[in-house]
Design a protein around this ligand. Structure first.
Ligand code: FAD
Length: 473
């Protein structure tokens, strides 16, 4: 038997590494087990988010957006940049550098906070025992009073489009293209599909997004979703709704995709195809049979509101449990669980978790849509403000989009905020704080906002809930 710990965390993604650091900061002897092998052939921390998720995708979104601005928008401002071109390999190298800086940074944070990083594959073999198998197959069993499973998720594959090296790829493969495909197919008009489709569309690909559902972004308020769809279409993304992919065939360097829609059977040919149809929990083998940790039929670990599994002392957080698959949700659960283990009272407000799609403009939301509220029988009042009427948006050359606030008609309490517009992902923090503090729309309407800022649209939307926005006829 090797060392004994107060806490062992399995998985060093944004759920696991944050839980481990917080536990160590609270004085608990903590270890974090990780098996992810990075590009340099060594174990790296950071999980999906840092290695193949949030961070690399944002590096590519930012670079491709700047490219579009320089190519098409700068001249509106009088900047003549001449011929602008994109060196895809350099863009990828920059992305890889950001990833390695950040993953290395986690190792530094572990050291600074006294977290023991253990390399290998962890498995819960008893209520207080974790077995770790290293890359040479050597197994060591560690004891821990508490175990946190933060094993994350992996992309879902679908039978009609089996992954085919370099041609049919998942989100990870789409972050590694070394050239711009001429015709790019994306299956799934969810957050990841729209972000990756945007990157390659901005760089010149003809992008077609095939989405099986008939509605676009059903989790977003329909006014905001409708405007987003219009804006993405204007940018060249061909989003086909109600298009169910039924098969594919690789023909030389092309992929022929078959799908059915309201008109019948259809076929399209692409140079590359990205499959972005969701993610599934990565929990196979993480708990030995007989330990008693319950999983559902899709592999999610059963937990209560405070992430306790059915076995006392064993917790599970992040993408491998119910709820939204988001890095900040995983991290907040990690903090909550570490606090609980250290004997503090802690809980999470699952109604105030923001979501962002980092397209241009960004789409961001928190809380209910107008449609959700109505379906629950809540009478609402809403206020919207278009960025076209914002002075700062005009100065920024970013007048597309709007901010919308949904409030309870009786109590004025804010139920949701949904925004499409430049920096919506930053602005939505105001909605999160409003929900967290139980603010009324009047609270925001009576708050002094800096001028000129994009956030003034939130202020104006709150004024609109109360009666009328100032800068709107
Ligand atoms: P993960 O990050 O998946 O980490 C789990 C870790 O556990 C992995 O490192 C894995 O190797 C390790 N592990 C698993 N099993 C074992 C084992 N048995 N032993 C040892 N180690 C193990 N979310 C956002 O909030 N914002 C975004 O902008 C965003 N963009 C995304 C873009 C893309 C392309 C993708 C794919 C995802 C994106 N996400 C985003 C989602 C986000 O990455 C996940 O929600 C987040 O990483 C989940 O964190 P986690 O800690 O639960 O799991």
């Amino acid at each position: 038997m090797a060392d004994k710990f107060d806490v062992i965390v399995i998985g060093a993604g944004p759920g696991g590494y944050v839980a481990a650091i917080r536990a160590a900061q609270l004085g608990l002897k903590t270890a974090c087990v990780e098996k992810w092998i990075g590009k340099e052939g060594k174990v790296v921390f950071g999980g999906t988010c840092l290695n193949v998720g949030c961070i690399p995708s944002k590096a590519l979104l930012e670079a491709s957006h700047k490219f579009v601005e320089a190519k098409h928008d700068f001249s509106d401002m009088g900047i003549e940049a001449g011929d602008v071109s994109m060196d895809v390999k350099k863009m990828m190298a920059r992305k890889d550098k950001i990833v390695s800086n950040l993953t290395g940074g986690i190792a530094g944070l572990f050291k600074a906070n006294g977290v023991t990083g253990i390399e290998g594959t962890g498995k819960v073999v008893g209520a207080k025992q974790v077995e770790v198998t290293d890359k040479d197959g050597k197994a060591t069993t560690y004891e821990a009073d508490n175990i946190v499973i933060a094993a994350g998720s992996v992309p879902v594959e679908i039978p009609p489009t089996p992954l085919t090296e370099g041609l049919i790829v998942d989100s990870t493969g789409a972050l590694e293209f070394q050239d711009v495909p001429k015709r790019l197919g994306v299956i799934g008009a969810g957050v990841i599909g729209l972000e990756l489709g945007s990157v390659w569309s901005r760089l010149g690909s003809e992008v077609t997004v095939l989405e099986a559902m008939d509605s676009f972004l059903p989790m977003v308020d329909s006014a905001i979703a409708k405007e987003t769809q219009k804006l993405l279409k204007k940018q060249g993304l061909d989003i086909k709704l109600g298009a169910r992919v039924t098969g594919s065939e690789v023909k030389g360097k092309e992929v022929v995709v078959k799908y059915s829609d309201a008109e019948g059977e259809q076929e399209m040919t692409f140079d590359k195809l990205i499959v972005c149809v969701g993610r599934r929990p990565y929990t196979k083998g993480v708990v030995a049979d007989g330990v008693g940790v319950g999983l559902d039929e899709r592999g999610f670990i059963h937990v209560d509101d405070q992430c306790r599994t059915s076995v006392p002392g064993v917790y599970a957080i992040g993408d491998c449990v119910r709820g939204q698959m988001l890095a900040h949700k995983a991290s907040e659960e990690g903090i909550m669980v570490a606090d609980i283990i250290a004997g503090h009272k802690a809980e999470m407000n699952y109604d105030a978790i923001p979501c962002v799609i980092y397209t241009f403009p960004e789409v961001a939301w928190v809380g209910m849509t107008e449609q959700d509220a109505k379906a629950k029988g809540i009478e609402v009042k809403t206020g919207s403000f278009p960025f076209a009427a914002s002075g700062r948006a005009m100065a920024n050359n970013a007048t597309e989009g709007q901010a919308k606030i949904i409030a309870d008609a009786e109590t004025d309490r804010i139920l949701g905020m949904h925004i499409v517009g430049q920096h919506a992902g930053e602005m939505i923090a105001q909605g999160v704080i409003a929900l967290e503090f139980g603010s009324s729309a009047e609270d925001l309407a009576l708050t002094c906002y800096a001028h000129p800022t994009m956030s003034e649209a939130v202020h104006e939307a709150a004024l609109a809930v109360e009666g009328h926005a100032i800068h709107m006829a």
